[in-house]
Ligand binder design. Sequence first.
Ligand SMILES: C[S@@+](CC[C@H](N)C(=O)[O-])C[C@H]1O[C@@H](n2cnc3c(N)ncnc32)[C@H](O)[C@@H]1O
Length: 290
Amino acid sequence: MKVEPTFLYAPAGAKLGEPFRAFEFSDADFQRLQRMIYDLAGISLNEGKKAMAYSRLTKRIRALHVQNFAEYLDYVERDTGEEKVKFINALTTNLTYFFREPHHFPMLTDHLLTYPKDEPLTLWSAACSTGEEPYSMAMSIIDAFGTDRPPVKIIASDLDSDVLATAAKGVYPLEKIDALDRATLKRFFLKGAGDQMGFARVRPQVQRLVEFRQINLVDPPWNIEGPLAAIFCRNVMIYFNKQTQRAILERFAPLLKPNGLLFAGHSENFFYNARDMFNIRGKTVYELAA
Ligand SMILES: C[S@@+](CC[C@H](N)C(=O)[O-])C[C@H]1O[C@@H](n2cnc3c(N)ncnc32)[C@H](O)[C@@H]1O
């Protein structure tokens, strides 16, 4: 068989040794993008994220038929509608799963059971992504309180409108729940049939406890009514710099009940930054300093 040679042409100005890119994306474009995502979402994207930013945003560049990143960033800056949201959604990292950092859930329920039995309690999952975190909280609470109607409301919020839409549906591919034990699956999920084959839905008694809202943590005031028995703010602070983290913690503290708890992500050690406000209660769980 005769094989025809194929040639790839790099765009004008491409440097030897740089990855081939269909759309021009200079270091200056990346620095501008870093400033924009910081201003819009408080996210500090480091140098190592240039390839990630390129691959996530080329879809938007194609959809809008702009020529390169400089034009795309102009478009985002001028935009008064949806594109700023799409830009943010593309650059956020939404990885999450059910019962992530599992030691937090018994700590949460033990804490909630210290309140008088019928006291209404409000909790906040402050960067809930596609919903696995607040639904895991709800399942643990139903289990610990021994009723489908515990006196608990979970406000679940995120900046990204796409993940919130998925969260509110409460429908997940089976792969996302296959690590859960059979009892949890049976009790809290409905397996899809027909055109829902391969998916499972969170049962209504779990969904009923969770209320989704769009909230940007770096854009107060927040639409949150305290006092809160607990805040889950996990695996999002890592994207913010120290000043932003501190500003958020300063707003969390007065929202908590005096004995309320703050749950952080496994690699978030920002409390060196806030020892005057929080003490460590357990593994990445914090309480208000006296
Ligand atoms: C890695 S996920 C963490 C999800 C969940 N908390 C967990 O630990 O599994 C980070 C989430 O933070 C959200 N996020 C990023 N910047 C945000 C901001 N400024 N305000 C609110 N949410 C933000 C992202 O959209 C994303 O869904």
